[in-house]
Design a protein around this ligand. Sequence first.
Ligand code: LMR
Length: 397
Amino acid sequence: MFERLKALPADPLLGLITLYRDDPNPNKVDLGVGVYRDEQGHTAIMKAIQQAQKTHLSTEDSKTYIGPMGVPGFVDGIKKLILGESSKALSAGAVAGIQTPGGCGALRVGFETLRRLGDDLTVWVSDPTWANHIPTIRASGFETQAYPYFDANTGLVNYEAMDEQLAKLGKDDIVLLHGCCHNPTGADLSFEHWQRIAERAVKQGFIPFVDIAYQGLGDGLESDVKGVRHLSEQVDEMVIASSCSKNFGLYRERTGCLIVQTENQERSAALQSQIQDVARANYSMSPAYGGFLVDLVLSSPDLRTSWEDELNAMATRVKSLREGLLAEIKQRNVSQDFDFITQQKGMFSYLNITKEQVRQMRDEFSIYMADSSRINVAGLNLSCLGYVADALKKACG
Ligand code: LMR
């Protein structure tokens, strides 16, 4: 029977890990998977997380189940981190939530729950969107459609084109939005754009589904969620999938949270039971460890300050790498305009070069990036900026 199942090509992002690892070139540069690296190319455990691990290890006295919701303090902490301490929906008890295995787990449970609303809903994703969005949404039983998003001429958002599509949507539509630090483009919605989306969602009745995996890595923990908080204040119903992979550096611990904002407490209780039921049928309960650590960090003033400081330093470093790369490119008079690199936000930049140019940079310089030309800016370091700019000059002229 198994001969019917053919080998699949490697995942477009995760496949780059192996390609890079097996490349013997000492000058190789890994700009593939979205992982923060320091100047030495190391993904260190954040200091607050190191401390939380010690505390957790010395206090945990049982490995019994903690319940379908996951670590309650973690879920509450993430709700507040995203929606804000003064969120009206939170104080009304109208927000359901569950710890999930990473942001991917939150997406999958969220979409499978929405699938229970009926057969005729369509999910709209940005063009382009993160490589794993469409497979996850389709595996949840939905068809996807794309709304215009990225403007290849400016390297930023083409909001008017996006708005033209949103204007046609209604109660049978779900719109997936990137909360901040758009993956793969780095082109973010402005606050005014969020206001316009909120107006449309209220008037037309589509459900906003926000994926937020980089809070704190753009303009800061609060600024990065200004748009999401505005949306939450305006609409009755929305869904949020959040990830602690990047901003807490918990990649392999698969720590995420699904948040469902409803109209009132009664609906929130119903949704809480639905999301737990979807999770139960998939993997029963989320691994708890990452949730314990994040809960400790968010609830201890010292650890929280340490975490915020380190996260701010990471975001500042990524911004300076953007500036450094652009300066090196300009010095080489590369034919293409790359000014957008410093206007884009977060860990990614969409270089807007062809797949052939991407492959040329890989084959001749051992510089690894997604075929879409997405680079992980956080994979750069000061010593390779000139080398990457040389490769771009060779590829683009
Ligand atoms: C990425 O976009 O590179 C990260 O979110 C890692 C992943 O799972 O794709």
